[in-house]
Design a protein around this ligand. Structure first.
Ligand code: EPU
Length: 428
């Protein structure tokens, strides 16, 4: 297992490109199941979860060509042709490493009328059930049998039927799963209290390019009129707003001045607002976002996570790390996942002063963190440990870096290109 050795204290400068969004790429890859022809995706980030999704689609009999080589390296592209899909199954080995595998359920039911998907278990950030996905698909006529840890699903003989449904609470992949099922269902589906995350909209736009009829995109009410088939299409994956936010947090914490290229600023509004409130200087120009910050001069800001357009839970760990060295006391409240503070115990090893009270973290800023060995527990927690290590005095070692590699496109290389001192020690 790779480790990162981080020498803290280096300010950051330069410019870096934001990669395509993991959480858009995953449903988009699942959407390929729906089409009669190939789905070509561009701006695909290079990361572990997408390789896992590629393996899953191949396991089902799809032709998957991710990251084709060109003369000077690989391309951020992929062609996914699921027209000869023969085996509508997502086995446990693949689902256990990536919960988003459940995203194949809706598309498989819609196109093949059946599916067998291993039930995703808990993960480091909480229990994360898929009951709302199943309830909505059942309302469309699907029948489920839960045996041996698998969801064995069947659509009615004549296919799924459109329904008017409301999610009890906002679910991102639940909305995507049901939207993908509905595009080939009979009649109209209305999804109320739909997730408005930009990644849901990006998936919806790709489905429209494939021939789906979806209105209400970007709102919490999606109206989908089923069509008989979807065709080949191309789609460029939206920029990753969480990667962009993580890079902003890195510069804010380490200090310096850097420019993000290709970030989509609208999607980042709330996050940018919190950075500005803390005293970070941000300037948007010609589609680029420049950040300037002086280490140790930021002030404490309170944050409560929420569904989009609220503050993203996927940025909570990184913002909490930043607050560890800001002046004053910050209250960070996590409302989406019940156990998403795994980074706190590790950050304390660097000297952070954080107290957990249920879903709230009380962070008292300290002047300087100091390096220590740490263990990554989940994707965003890993990123927060890396940011803290970069700002700390001395050297840190972060183990279990595979969590970081699952969801970030070479984050350590990107940070090194800005002047960070991160060395990857390859697993022997
Ligand atoms: N929930 C249920 N039942 C369900 C579905 C969700 O109780 O059927 C609960 C969850 O346990 C959670 C809340 O509802 O407490 C919201 O979960 P949601 O379904 O929105 O999360 P998700 O779709 O599983 C996606 C992202 C996560 C991101 C969340 C929230 C993907 C592949 N994953 O997960 O991304 O944190 O939405 O925005 O899109 C990450 O990238 O690090 C990550 C965890």
């Amino acid at each position: 297992m790779d480790k990162l050795l981080v020498e803290g204290g280096a300010p950051l400068s330069g410019s870096v490109k934001v990669s395509g969004a993991k959480n858009a790429a995953l449903p988009l890859m699942a959407a390929a199941i729906l089409a009669d022809g190939p789905l070509t995706l561009t701006n695909i980030p290079k990361l572990g979860d997408l390789r896992t999704m590629g393996k899953l689609l191949k396991h089902m009999g799809g032709e998957v060509n991710l990251y084709p080589e060109s003369g000077d390296g690989y391309l951020e592209e992929g062609v996914l042709d699921m027209s000869r899909l023969a085996n509508p199954e997502a086995p446990h080995e693949l689902v256990k490493t990536m919960r988003a595998s459940a995203l194949v359920l809706g598309p498989l039911l819609a196109r093949f009328g059946q599916a067998k998907v291993s039930l995703p278990g808990g993960c480091a950030i909480g229990v994360r059930p898929i009951d709302m996905h199943l309830k909505a698909l059942a309302a469309m006529g699907a029948e489920f049998d839960l045996t041996g840890g698998d969801v064995v699903a069947k659509a009615p003989k004549d296919g799924l039927v459109g329904v008017d449904l409301r999610f009890d609470s906002v679910t991102v992949t639940g909305t995507e799963n049901v939207m993908m099922a509905a595009v080939l269902a009979k009649g109209r589906t209305v999804i109320r209290n739909a997730a408005r995350e930009p990644e849901v909209s990006d998936t919806a736009r790709a489905l429209v390019a494939m021939g789906a009829k979806i209105s209400g995109i970007d709102s919490d009410e999606l109206i989908i009129d089923g069509v008989d088939s979807l065709k080949a299409a191309s789609h460029s994956i939206m920029p990753d707003r969480v990667e962009a936010g993580t890079l902003l947090a890195a510069v804010a914490m380490a200090g310096g001045r850097a420019t993000l290229k290709g970030a989509k600023l609208n999607d980042l509004a709330v996050v940018m607002g919190k950075f500005t409130e803390a005293g970070v200087f941000l300037r948007a120009e010609n589609g680029d976002l420049t950040i300037e910050a002086h280490r140790g001069l930021l002030s404490a800001v309170n944050v409560t996570t929420g569904p989009y357009p609220g503050f993203p839970t996927d940025m909570q760990a990184q913002f909490l790390a930043l607050m560890c060295t800001s002046k004053g006391t910050s209250i960070i409240t996590e409302t989406i996942f019940e156990n998403r503070f795994m980074h706190v115990a590790e950050l304390k090893r660097l000297g952070a002063d954080v107290t957990l009270e249920g879903r709230t973290a009380v962070v008292k800023g300290v002047e300087r963190l100091s390096g220590a060995p740490m263990t990554a527990s989940d994707l965003r927690a890993s990123a927060s440990l890396l940011l803290a290590a970069m700002a700390a005095k001395g050297t840190s070692e972060i183990s279990r870096v595979y969590h970081l590699d699952r969801g970030y496109d070479r984050l350590d290389d990107k940070l090194n290109s800005l002047g960070a001192k991160i060395k990857r020690v390859k697993a022997s």
